[in-house]
Design a protein around this ligand. Structure first.
Ligand code: ARG
Length: 265
């Protein structure tokens, strides 16, 4: 009888240890979107500023992150054998997060620039873009970049749009962490113009914001790339390999058409 009791006690003890072990080990994490993949796949933590429709934004109905970049990185991870962990964060936090290896890559409609190339690596180009000026539809005097002198300009911090605004003489620049906020500020009439990526401002106007219009020519040819920490060349190589495959097998074109309604340029 004593033996039986002893066994029972051991069993209870083992169970308690197991329960505590399960509950206590996992630290609370930021909600991240995980994609089911084969269990052997290694995780790839990918950062993105999800306020940039149609590239990365939260679906109004489900709250899930969707967009061209989201579909592309999902397809790339599947092709390269990574389990994707998608992490939403501010745009100006992406490069620091890459430098400290908090994330393994960033896909965020990020323009490949020489300055950024000093601190991170970029994949091959996956989208060709450029900057545009947006103003209120009723605005008659700003017709493009040349009329911005001394104007109030809203931009997203850390972007090429912000860098362009900084070149405008006597401009009064307001910086936002969010592109949405900058465009809403324009809608509300608090600023005269927004300098931002053309496809994103065009999408904003299309989404029922006809009180905003785009003026002038698209400035500067910009190319988007996936940013990767300098010390992760194997990630860069795998992503480039997968991108090449998706461009060849039609998957890239399929995703492009889904979001832009046309064949890739
Ligand atoms: N292409 C611009 C840049 O690289 C803006 C990108 C902003 N992206 C975003 N997801 N908010 O600076």
């Amino acid at each position: 009888k004593a033996l039986k009791l002893g066994l029972l006690a051991m069993l209870v003890f083992a169970l308690a240890v197991a329960l505590v072990g399960c509950g206590g080990s996992e630290p609370a994490k930021e909600p991240a979107q995980e994609q089911a993949a084969d269990p052997g796949a290694s995780k790839l933590i990918v950062g993105s500023d999800t306020t940039f429709a149609p590239f990365e934004f939260a679906d109004a109905a489900t709250g899930k992150y969707i967009g061209f970049d989201v579909d592309l990185i999902e397809a790339l991870c599947e092709e390269a054998g990574y389990e994707l962990v998608f992490q939403s964060m501010s745009f100006d936090g992406l490069i620091p997060a890459l430098q400290t290896s908090q994330i393994d890559a960033a896909i965020s409609a990020m323009t490949i620039t020489d300055k950024r190339k000093e601190v991170v690596n970029f994949s091959d180009t996956y989208y060709k873009s450029g900057l545009i000026v947006a103003v209120q539809a009723k605005n008659e005097d700003i017709k493009g970049f040349d009329e911005l002198k001394g104007k109030k300009i809203a931009v997203q911090s850390g972007t090429t749009g912000a860098m362009e605004a900084e070149k405008v003489p006597e401009a009064k620049i307001t910086y936002f962490t969010n592109t949405d906020q900058a465009l809403l500020e324009l809608k509300n009439g608090a600023v005269d113009a927004v300098i931002n990526d053309y496809p994103v401002s065009a999408y904003f106007v299309q989404q029922g914001n006809e009180d905003v219009k785009l003026v002038g020519d698209i400035l500067s040819a910009e190319e988007y790339g996936i940013a990767v920490p300098k010390d992760k060349p194997e990630v860069l190589e795998k992503l480039n390999g997968a991108l090449k495959t998706l461009k060849e097998n039609g998957k890239y074109a399929e995703i492009y058409k889904k979001w832009f309604g046309e064949e890739p340029k």
